[in-house]
Design a protein around this ligand. Sequence first.
Ligand SMILES: C[S@@+](CC[C@H](N)C(=O)[O-])C[C@H]1O[C@@H](n2cnc3c(N)ncnc32)[C@H](O)[C@@H]1O
Length: 331
Amino acid sequence: MAITREQIHAMATGFQSSKIILAANELGIFRLLAGKGMNAGEAASALNLDKEACGMLMGALVGLNLLEYKRGKFHDAPNVKKYLGDDSDEGLSCIFRHMNHLYASWANLDAVVKKGRGRVKKASELLSDRKINSDFICGMFEVGYPTAQRFAEETDFSGVSKFADIGGGPGVYPVKIGEKHPGINFVIADYPNTIKVARRYVKKYGIGKRVKLVNCPFFDTGELNIGDGFDMALLSQVLHAAPDDKAKGLIKKVFGILRPGGRIVINENARNDDAYSPPPPLVFAINMLIQNAGRTYTISELKGWLKESGFRKISARRLHERSVLVEGTRP
Ligand SMILES: C[S@@+](CC[C@H](N)C(=O)[O-])C[C@H]1O[C@@H](n2cnc3c(N)ncnc32)[C@H](O)[C@@H]1O
């Protein structure tokens, strides 16, 4: 069906409601109003904000059905406390703080398209700034846990006791797999800032003793140096952040740490082989472009890279629009 004028208008002006939600989340408005009512003056002084501007922002949130206004006070609307009222692992507040950090870079999109990749200064440092990294990584837990849950439930883990999660971020896969499979021990390899966040999660979910956290700048090391003889190694949402040669190089390094018969699993926001579906990886590729990072791949490209690296019994299955699992076995 042809797109309507109203649909085009809603898409193009979506940045306004997006920024209203992201700013309110960043400023702590949803957390402040979780389960209690306040007028604009009370909220502004509790959060150290300008009273007029705070009142207008809360008014806009009423317009977006995220707050309600009753008898002179603003209250959270149904469900808002659950998703934005605190930093629960199933909420959305970390990932929205991460989106707010990305917002300034997205404003550069036209300049990036004019000048080309890497020619426009990035607006924030996702990996090196401790606070920005922490929001990014806890956001990865929030968005990753439903997929990690399915992965833990639907994957055959027979013969797996030693599992490497490379670029494991918050450790959401070890947490979900570890809950279901008590015989598996894990190595999570990542940057030092990220490891601090992962340590919190694996402890909180009671698998701390089964997880070794290793500082490993894996795209840049000659070898992985995280141990070997692994039964399974996961690269979840990692490859798209690097140029092709480094992504392929990492797959080769993973081959080296698996035992014969060991399996690699790549989880990526991958495109179908027609290259232009489904929508999420096409939009996500722009997120990589503005950060001067990598790109998104087709399923066949990923399968081809596994074959080139020596893997066999290669297969792929799409879990949902943002997740394709590509698997191979070391002969
Ligand atoms: C998008 S997150 C994915 C996290 C996790 N695998 C998941 O699916 O939830 C990418 C992870 O790769 C890590 N990372 C990216 N480049 C890296 C590098 N060069 N060295 C070490 N870690 C890196 C980041 O710190 C982050 O934890």
